[in-house]
Structures are given as structure tokens and as C-alpha cells.
Write a protein that binds this ligand. Structure first.
Ligand code: KG4
Ligand code: ZN
Length: 338
């Protein structure tokens, strides 16, 4: 019998809620993004983000109930992001979920945000296994392998900055505002790849490094300023993005050779980048990306992990849950927990 789920996401600067049934019929799906507010700050300020979640979460809750035309007592499960993320932001969603769960006696299912990014491709069709996922977001850059559903193996991750974070830092360097990804992508389309930026950690490991590339961009700009030379922002963007594309491609190829996956996906905020996706697809063949609106943080992806857990009976129910800000994609609260 189908059940109704309320999913809540508040791990960074998006407050989001979804009401969906276990057959994946969406009754309501709303996101309030704080990105416009943080545009002039050059990045998210954690304390302000959590305060804004507090301001928005109750209105969002009323709105999704009204769109779905249901009452809270109709909800069978609450799924909420419990980590990784900004602690203050996570706690707003978690505390809200705990209170509803206690008041209305609804089972609560903690969800790993990184698993959510991967299951974002699962909204219309079921993903196939063995599956290889490249998770590229503002906080993470992970290569993840799943031999079967809900069994996550972290092959490698970034040793320093995340891929999206490096976009944001280069955008700040070039005074383009936050988030940097879309702005750099736009400029990269009109510039020339004529600056020789490095490919850090271009080795046989599955790990990534982006800080050397970031430093090379900063040095290039600083030296140009010292020599009073004009810089072409669009050429920096194109050359920077060329290095990013090649780093991602090299690591993806290594993982494909080792794991021979049946299906490959690229997920997380950076998978909004058409240049990167096209480049990777040209070189390794079919790669799935999330449907519109599901690459960046959202609560539908959190619900999709929850549905999979319910279907697989992979849940340990708790009376209440707490935030764990620094977990990897492998961390789980379910019966499969490692
Ligand atoms: O997954 P996400 O929404 O949030 C995190 O969990 O981090 O990812 C946000 C990141 C930001 O760093 C943003 O600059 C990057 O995704 N991003 C992009 C693009 N759109 C968003 N990076 C490159 N190209 C884009 N078009
Ligand atoms: Zn995310």
C-alpha cells in the first residue's frame, strides 16, 4: 500500500520540502533558496543561513501541506537530511522534523545528503547497478560506486577544496558573485583556452585536488595586477574550466576501468554545467544527470532515498535524531549500516 512521505532538506542554504507517495507521485515540492541573499557576500555565512531557515521553514511547511491538500496526520513517514552539512542549518530541519514526529507520532527517517544527490537521478526511472556516480557539489567531490541499491562505496574524494567550491572561489576572485558555477560557465563559453593551468593530482588514485588549480588562477591574476596588465576574465574562466573538465574526466575513466559499471551518473550542483557534462559524455559515453532542479540541493532527492529505504525495509526507527555534520556518503542509519 502506498504511503505518504514528508521530506525536509536544510543542510546548507536551501530550505526545501516535498510531499510524495511511495509510488513517487509528487504532491508538493518547494524550495526556498537563499542564494540571492548570499550573492553579494561571495558565499554562504552559516549563522545567517540557519537564521533564514528558521524564518522560512514553518511557512514552507504550511505551503506544501496546502498544495498537497492534506493534513499532517496524513503523513506516514518524515525523511530529513541529518548530515553532512552546516550544523546550524541541519539542526533547523532536524528539530522541526523531531517535533512533528513526536507530536503526531510519525516515524522519522534520517537521510544522508550525499546519498540524496546520487538518488536524484532516480525520480522517473530506477537506477541500474553496478552504478558509478561522480558527485560534484559545493562541499564535496566524490567518486561513489554502488554494487546494489543503498550500498555505497566511496572510491575517492577531494583532498582539499570541492569542485563547486573552486568555482565559487574563482568567481569571487573575478568579482562575479555567488554562486560562482553558473557565472564561470557563462564566461567560459565566450573565452579562449589560452592559459596553461595545472591538472592537480593527475595520478592513478581516485582522489581529487582543486586547491593547486585555484592557487594558479590567483597567482595569474595577482601577477597581471602587479605588471599592470589587463586580464581577460573570460579566458581565465575557459582555461580554468578546461582543467576542471580534464581532472574529472581522468578520474572518471580510472574508476570506469576498475569497476566496469553498467550505468554512470554525474550529480550535485556542478552537474548543472552543460560544458562539463557534454565533455564527459563525449569521452566516456552515456552519463545520466538529474532532471531539472534536482542537481542542486532539494528535498525530492532526500525523499527518493527514503522511498528506496522503505521499499527495502532498510530503516532503524529512532525516537528522535540528531545532526552529524561531517559524515561521508557511506554513513547510514539503516539496517545496512556499516
Ligand atoms: O549540490 P549543491 O547545490 O550544494 C551543495 O551540496 O554543495 O552545489 C552547489 C555548488 C556551488 O559551488 C555552485 O557554484 C556549483 O554547485 N554550481 C556549478 C554550476 N551550478 C552550480 N558549478 C559549475 N557550473 C555550474 N553551472
Ligand atoms: Zn548538496
Amino acid at each position: 500500500m502506498k504511503k505518504l512521505i514528508l521530506a525536509i532538506e536544510s543542510s546548507c542554504d536551501e530550505t526545501a520540502m516535498t510531499i510524495i507517495d511511495t509510488n513517487k507521485k509528487i504532491l508538493a515540492n518547494k524550495i526556498f533558496s537563499q542564494a540571492d541573499f548570499f550573492e553579494n557576500y561571495g558565499g554562504v555565512i552559516p549563522e545567517l543561513a540557519s537564521r533564514m531557515h528558521v524564518d522560512n521553514i514553518f511557512y514552507l511547511f504550511e505551503e506544501v501541506l496546502s498544495i498537497a491538500n492534506i493534513e499532517i496526520k496524513d503523513i506516514d513517514y518524515i525523511c530529513v537530511t541529518a548530515g553532512p552539512g552546516l550544523i546550524g542549518s541541519l539542526l533547523v530541519g532536524i528539530n522541526f522534523a523531531n517535533s512533528l514526529a513526536q507530536l503526531y507520532n510519525i516515524p522519522i527517517i534520517p537521510i544522508n545528503h550525499m546519498q540524496g544527490h546520487i538518488y536524484a537521478i532516480n525520480d522517473l526511472e530506477q537506477m541500474q547497478f553496478p552504478h558509478l556516480s561522480l558527485v560534484v557539489s559545493g562541499g564535496h567531490t566524490d567518486l561513489v560506486y554502488l554494487d546494489k541499491t543503498l550500498n555505497f562505496e566511496l572510491l575517492g574524494s577531494t583532498l582539499d577544496d570541492a569542485c563547486g567550491e573552486s568555482y565559487d572561489k574563482i568567481a569571487k576572485l573575478l568579482d562575479l558573485g555567488y554562486p560562482g558555477g553558473p557565472k564561470i560557465e557563462q564566461l567560459a563559453n565566450i573565452g579562449a583556452n589560452n592559459i596553461d593551468f595545472p591538472l592537480p593530482l593527475n595520478d592513478q588514485s581516485f582522489n581529487f585536488s582543486f586547491s593547486g588549480l585555484k592557487s594558479a588562477c590567483f597567482n595569474y591574476v595577482n601577477q597581471a595586477k602587479m605588471k599592470k596588465k589587463n586580464i581577460k576574465k573570460e579566458d581565465i574562466a575557459t582555461s580554468f574550466e578546461a582543467s576542471i573538465k580534464n581532472i574529472l574526466l581522468n578520474k572518471l575513466k580510472l574508476a570506469i576501468a576498475e569497476k566496469q559499471p553498467k550505468q554512470i551518473s554525474i550529480v550535485g550542483g556542478v552537474s548543472n554545467n552543460k560544458n562539463i557534462v557534454k565533455y564527459l559524455q563525449e569521452h566516456v559515453g552515456e552519463i545520466l544527470i538529474p532532471n531539472k532542479g534536482l542537481s542542486s540541493d532539494n528535498s525530492l532527492m532526500i525523499a527518493l532515498v527514503g522511498i528506496e529505504k522503505i521499499r527495502n525495509n532498510d530503516i532503524n526507527y529512532n525516537k528522535y535524531i540528531n545532526a552529524i555534520p561531517n559524515i561521508t556518503v557511506e554513513y547510514d542509519w539503516g539496517t545496512n549500516a556499516k
